[in-house]
Unconditional design. Structure first.
Length: 55
């Protein structure tokens, strides 16, 4: 399964360093679906039409 959206991570561990982001993938990079201050953008999530949402 390939992530299509990610929450903007708050803290010193950037998204690009996460294990799934380091592996080469032909899929496009996932879109951020929240702002740096944390609130989720539900319209952006719905627009991605995800198969699965993890919280």
């Amino acid at each position: 399964m390939t992530p299509v959206g990610v929450r903007d991570f708050i803290g010193p561990f950037p998204e690009e360093s996460r294990p799934w982001a380091r592996r080469p993938s032909p899929a496009p990079s996932p879109r951020k679906v929240s702002g740096p201050d944390g609130p989720l953008n539900f319209e952006a999530i719905a627009a991605l039409r995800p198969d699965l949402i993890l919280a």
